[in-house]
Design a protein around this ligand. Structure first.
Ligand code: SF4
Length: 272
């Protein structure tokens, strides 16, 4: 029987976060999450989704990525013609998709929900790597990352206190983190900032991989799913400007990131 996953949506857009921000990316959003972060803006993925075979998902990813190959093929034809004109006679590689540095475009990211809740996500990531894609995984960090294909770039979201899910962080993941991974903190309060700073210092996280800090984008009323955890009442909200100023004042070795897709499109828009 075919291997399947429950998929919420698959779409091509711009990578809005991480050190890959700004690059084109095919997103495979998987259904279900076992956390209920106070600021979650993808609650629609908790339950909405359809079962699809891994082959169907790969076909869809390839379909969305095809335009990049065509663009490159056109450029390649021009380059080959120009090489012929100067009589270079070199063997040129055809149909090679475009790259930025060593990253093939578009990127492919598994996100959610929580992708690692569905075990076949491991197989899909492996297959997408075999297909030649640069594969990213966005995970809450509440699940074992050690079985993820080593070619995958894992973006692990360490949950801060205002998420209401700080106790779900899985310290057993720490020894498995490596330089190609990224750790993300989503911060909405002064307490989040102090907690993140302590985690960085205590575990020397900056020596492991890039560190990202995002500011919690306020949810629109229609995004406030009733199952989300409340922000603990004893916490002090922090503005985006205050957060950035603290990062600079403390000389914290992190990359502040705005969520590009929320600047470009309405924050509640899906499929971007
Ligand atoms: S882990 Fe991600 S998808 Fe799950 S509740 Fe938290 S923010 Fe939402």
């Amino acid at each position: 029987m075919s291997e399947t996953l429950v998929v919420n949506e698959i779409y091509l857009s711009l990578q809005g976060e991480s050190t890959f921000a700004g690059l084109p990316c095919v997103f495979v959003r998987l259904t279900a999450c076992d956390l209920r972060c106070s600021y979650c803006d993808t609650a629609f993925a908790f339950t909405e989704g359809k079962k699809r075979t891994l082959e169907e998902i790969r076909v869809e990813v390839r379909r969305l990525a095809a335009a990049y190959s065509k663009t490159n093929v056109a450029a390649e034809v021009t380059r080959l013609a120009s090489n012929r004109e100067v009589g270079s006679g070199k063997q040129e590689q055809q149909n090679e998709p475009p790259h930025v540095g060593c990253y093939r475009l578009p990127l492919v990211e598994l996100t959610g929900g929580e992708p690692l809740l569905q075990k076949n996500s491991l197989l899909l990531m492996q297959q997408l790597c075999d297909d030649g894609f640069t594969v990213l995984l966005e995970t809450s960090g509440a699940h074992d990352i050690s079985h993820v294909d080593p070619r995958v770039r894992r973006i692990v979201d360490l949950k801060c206190p205002s998420s209401g899910e700080v106790e779900r962080n899985r310290p057993a993941n720490n020894p498995h983190l490596k330089a190609t991974d990224e750790i993300k903190f989503v911060l909405g309060t002064v307490e989040d900032y102090e907690w993140a700073k302590q985690q960085i210092t205590t575990h020397k996280l900056d020596a492991i991989c890039p560190l990202l800090m995002s500011w919690v984008h306020p949810l629109r009323p229609e995004q406030q799913h009733k199952s989300l955890k409340p922000v603990p009442t004893d916490q002090t909200p922090i503005t985006r400007q205050q957060l950035v100023e603290r990062i600079i004042a403390d000389a914290l070795p992190v990359r502040f990131q705005a969520q590009l897709h929320k600047i470009i499109w309405p924050p509640e828009q899906r499929g971007v």
